[in-house]
Design a binder for this molecule. Sequence first.
Ligand SMILES: Nc1ncnc2c1ncn2[C@@H]1O[C@H](COP(=O)(O)OP(=O)(O)OP(=O)(O)O)[C@@H](O)[C@H]1O
Ligand SMILES: [Mg+2]
Length: 265
Amino acid sequence: MSNGNLDDHLFPSSDNQIQKQLLSWPQRKNIILDVAKGLAYLHHGVKPGIYHRDIKGTNILLDAEMRARVADFGLAKQSREGQSHLTTRVAGTHGYLAPEYALYGQLTEKSDVYSFGVVVLEIMSGRKALDLSSSGSPRALLITDWAWSLVKAGKVERALDASLLRGGDSPNSNPKGIMERFVLVGILCAHIMVALRPTILDALKMLEGDIEVPRIPDRPVPLGHPSFHADGNNFSISPVLSAPKLQPGDTLSELSSAPYVEINS
Ligand SMILES: Nc1ncnc2c1ncn2[C@@H]1O[C@H](COP(=O)(O)OP(=O)(O)OP(=O)(O)O)[C@@H](O)[C@H]1O
Ligand SMILES: [Mg+2]
């Protein structure tokens, strides 16, 4: 695919070959809608449905027109008729794994919806799914926790990439209300509680404005909540990642001693 992968466009590094330009709002919107439609096909357009299991920027490829395709079916699994979920070896990538899948190996279509939500938040904010660079506290910051905190504080706008807000309120500026709606859908899709996540079909309808985005439901107090610590840390770390300090390259198997876990970082 001539424009490589999404991750390289969101997070350009000096060794990337592609000529980098910040993605525009129409490009970001189309990429998100393309990925949602690709997932809707996998989950609901084929029988039995397919779980991709590794939705993330490097597995989303961009063509000459910057339209997106879901790629890399190396971890994909077929669902089973009549079974609400599969219990499986965990595989995937840190920062994109749904908590119930990472912890219990419980795989449903909502695991892909979670990863999709994380990718939506990366695209809208220009931040990485999991930021391990912080040397202070918190030591690891999940984009889902960061964005959720902003929404709960009534500051959704702050989750938007600064480049999307240039132009202020001029008639030519990007539509802030729609961009904020995309952030809210991302947060809802990446909700900690599996039952509260929409299906990808409903997420697509929300993105396209066909149905309302419900109020973002509250979630259990994460283990990283200040009430568990005395250091006044404002951000919460999801239970999955709150305990040991993560380093790039750590695998969940090293953290949990489970011999059968394969996680990319
Ligand atoms: N058809 C393609 N066109 C352009 N780039 C591609 C194509 N197929 C794969 N790539 C790119 O090649 C690189 C290697 O892909 P690969 O799937 O092996 O690794 P990855 O996506 O970084 O990690 P993972 O193994 O977790 O999927 C990635 O940057 C991917 O985006
Ligand atoms: Mg890949």
